[in-house]
Design a protein around this ligand. Structure first.
Ligand code: IPE
Ligand code: IPE
Ligand code: MG
Length: 236
């Protein structure tokens, strides 16, 4: 990795897209693409840890992905369960695990395991790995707004206390810095409801590579590109 440490993003978001097309290209069922995608996820997470990225978020399943065929959803949930069962490295890596999204949609076993992992890793600060599952950026903002309204009704806060800082703290990512860089493979140039609130000033990187083919070399390219950008945040 050729990039200066100071020029690395603090928080990278990955939109893990292109699994289906990867499989289709090989004449395989879409679920095989998700299996390969899960392998790429593990490799990229490890690489990010090795090069010292502090926060990584992987978009694995959106609030809109329920529209897919049941067989495909079942395979994604199976892979998710498999990851949750195996996720033990976080202890030696001192990695905090967080699941962004509405957990109520998952079965009890998955829900309990997600909570267990979040609780067991809550004190770790070497790195934070976030997996966005049943996540939608708009859904997240609606929930934060509801929570803020409830706080006003309960007289915990005044209406005038609602500001960007308060709403930000009510997002699933409360306390986590905004995404510096969002990477989307697969050739699509859109955000698809990912980190809507947290991407206000994110740098965007798009590549035609499909997610299962996304390697540490591809990530290096994105990091080099990111390092060359001038982030002004509205200033000069
Ligand atoms: C991304 O890959 C994974 C999920 C959305 C769960 P896709 O399954 O969207 O792959 P393409 O876009 O059809 O190639
Ligand atoms: C975005 O990919 C969601 C995830 C990668 C989890 P999609 O494949 O669902 O996005 P669209 O439909 O192409 O916008
Ligand atoms: Mg897709």
């Amino acid at each position: 990795m050729a990039v200066d440490k100071e020029k690395l993003p603090v928080h990278i978001g990955f939109i893990m897209d292109g699994n289906g097309r990867w499989a289709l290209k090989r004449g395989l069922p879409r679920k095989m693409g998700h299996r390969e995608g899960a392998k790429a996820f593990r490799k990229i997470a490890r690489y990010c840890k090795d090069i010292g990225i502090k926060y990584i978020t992987f978009y694995a399943f959106s609030t809109e992905n329920w529209k897919r065929p049941k067989e495909e959803i079942d395979e994604i949930m199976r892979l998710f369960g498999e990851y949750l069962d195996e996720a033990e490295d976080f202890r030696k890596d001192r990695t905090r695990l967080l699941f962004l999204g509405d957990k109520s949609a998952f079965d009890e076993k998955l829900r309990n395991r997600m909570t267990e992992l979040e609780e067991a890793s809550a004190e770790f600060d070497q790195m934070t790995l976030m997996l966005a599952m049943n996540y939608g950026g708009r859904d997240e903002i609606v929930r934060a707004a509801e929570r803020a309204a409830e706080m006003v009704l309960n007289k915990e806060i005044k209406l005038s206390d609602i500001d960007e800082k308060l709403l930000g703290s009510l997002m699933y990512t409360g306390g986590i810095p905004d995404a510096d860089l969002i990477i989307r493979p697969s050739g699509e140039k859109r955000i698809s409801n990912f980190l809507t609130w947290q991407s206000a000033y994110s740098e965007l990187y798009f590549t035609d590579v499909l997610w299962p083919d996304f390697t540490s070399k591809e990530l290096d390219k994105a990091l080099e590109d990111y390092a060359s950008r001038s982030r002004r945040f509205g200033g000069v």
